[in-house]
Structures are given as structure tokens and as C-alpha cells.
Design a protein around this ligand. Structure first.
Ligand code: GRF
Length: 219
């Protein structure tokens, strides 16, 4: 299936660029229908323009509530035929009403090995905690902060000589690989959320060539 994708951004947009590059060279079966930024004049908007992708600013500061912002964003996303959302450095929590418009179809990249270090400045949190392994996580978005079912993770070592910035860049490099790849697994229908009594939901991923987990279980 081709993902009709909206990409939500708040800043530099290097993850957006990685997604657009993966679409352009056939690694990701998706169309980027719209890039939506909650902040004006961010570099991600330049990247969208350079790639010829429609973009729009819905400035959250212009709306009195999270819900009002969500409704305005939804109007734009619907008008552009968006069916799936990739949060690529998007720094706002989305309202439950907004998420309900894309049930199970919102995916985020977070720069830590969740559930460790949710929230802002996750790389610095990990650096300050002195962890030896850091990394990034692609996960489905639920109403919590960085708390939905985990789709994929990449780890990177933390070196003794690292500055916090060195670590941030090493994680970011992995984000650019992991996010398009996880989206492609979804496009291939290989991703399924599995509920477990008394435990967190997990994501099962069918091996390459199998279109669904159900198909794998049947054999
Ligand atoms: C990334 O590290 C992302 O995981 C985090 O914010 C950063 C945004 O980078 N949420 P970019 O805007 O994609 O360059």
C-alpha cells in the first residue's frame, strides 16, 4: 500500500529530508501529501519547498487551546488527502480528538531508547544519566508523551570522549535510517500491534516477503 503521508515538523526537518529521500529513491512506498509545521519560518519548510512538496504553517500560538490547534491542523491535513502521519521532530503533544482522526496511523521518532528518557532533550537526559547505550525509537503515538507501542529501535554507543552534541548527532544519523525503514514496514503491511493482558502492547513485525503477522501465524 502507498502511504498517503503528512509529515509534522517543528524545526530543522532532517528527518523530513530522510523520508523524502527514501520516497524519491524507492525505499519508501509513500507520497508526501503535506508538510505541516506548528512554527513559522523553520528550515523544514525550506526543505519541503525545495522538494516540491506542499507545506503549511499552523502556528499553535494563534490558537487558544490544544483542541483548537488540532482542529485547524486537521482541516489542512484532510484537504490534502493525508491518511498517515509521521511526526518528524514535531514538538507538540496532540489532543485525543486529533489522534482519533487517524486511529493507529500516527508514528513518531524519538531520540532515546524508550521508555527511558521521554519528553524534551532526550539525548541530553541520556548523556547526563551516564548511560553506555543510547539510541532512538519509532513508535505509534497514543495520548501519552512518547508512550505508544514501540515499532523499532536503533542503539548507538556512548563514548567516553563524547560531548552531548556528539551523542545527539550519532543518534540523529540512526534516526534518518530507522524512520523511513519503519514506515516502509507499515507500507508493506508487516506491522501489527499485539495486545497482551497486563502488559504494554507490543508491535510484531512480519519477516520480509510476508504481508501480515496473521499470514505468518497460519503457517
Ligand atoms: C530529532 O532528534 C527528533 O527525534 C526530535 O527532534 C529532532 C528533530 O530533528 N524529536 P529534525 O527536525 O528532524 O532535524
Amino acid at each position: 500500500m502507498t502511504l498517503e503521508l503528512g509529515v509534522l515538523v517543528s524545526g530543522g526537518g532532517s528527518n523530513l529530508e530522510a523520508i523524502l529521500a527514501a520516497i524519491a529513491d524507492g525505499r519508501l512506498d509513500a507520497r508526501c501529501r503535506l508538510v505541516l509545521s506548528n512554527r513559522p519560518a523553520v528550515f523544514a519548510l525550506e526543505r519541503a519547498r525545495a522538494a516540491g512538496v506542499p507545506s503549511v504553517v499552523v502556528d499553535h500560538k494563534q490558537y487558544p487551546t490544544r483542541d483548537a490547534f488540532g482542529r485547524a491542523a486537521l482541516v489542512e491535513l484532510r484537504a490534502h488527502g493525508v491518511e498517515w502521519l509521521a511526526l518528524a521532530g514535531f514538538m507538540r503533544v496532540l489532543s485525543a480528538d486529533f489522534l482519533a482522526a487517524f486511529p493507529g496511523r500516527v508514528v513518531n521518532i524519538h531520540p532515546s531508547l524508550l521508555p527511558a528518557f521521554p519528553g524534551v532533550a532526550a539525548q541530553k537526559q541520556a548523556y547526563d544519566a551516564g548511560v553506555k547505550l543510547a539510541g532512538c525509537t519509532v513508535h505509534f503515538v497514543d495520548a501519552g508523551v512518547d508512550s505508544g507501542p514501540i515499532i523499532a529501535q536503533s542503539s548507538v554507543p556512548v563514548l567516553e570522549s563524547d560531548s552531548a552534541e556528539d551523542l545527539r548527532l550519532r543518534i540523529l544519523e540512526q534516526e534518518h535510517v530507522l524512520f523511513p525503514r519503519a514506515l516502509q514496514w507499515i507500507a508493506e503491511g508487516r506491522v501489527q500491534v499485539v495486545s497482551r493482558a497486563g502488559a504494554r502492547d507490543i508491535v510484531a513485525i512480519a519477516p520480509e516477503g510476508k504481508t501480515s503477522i496473521a499470514e505468518v501465524k497460519e503457517r
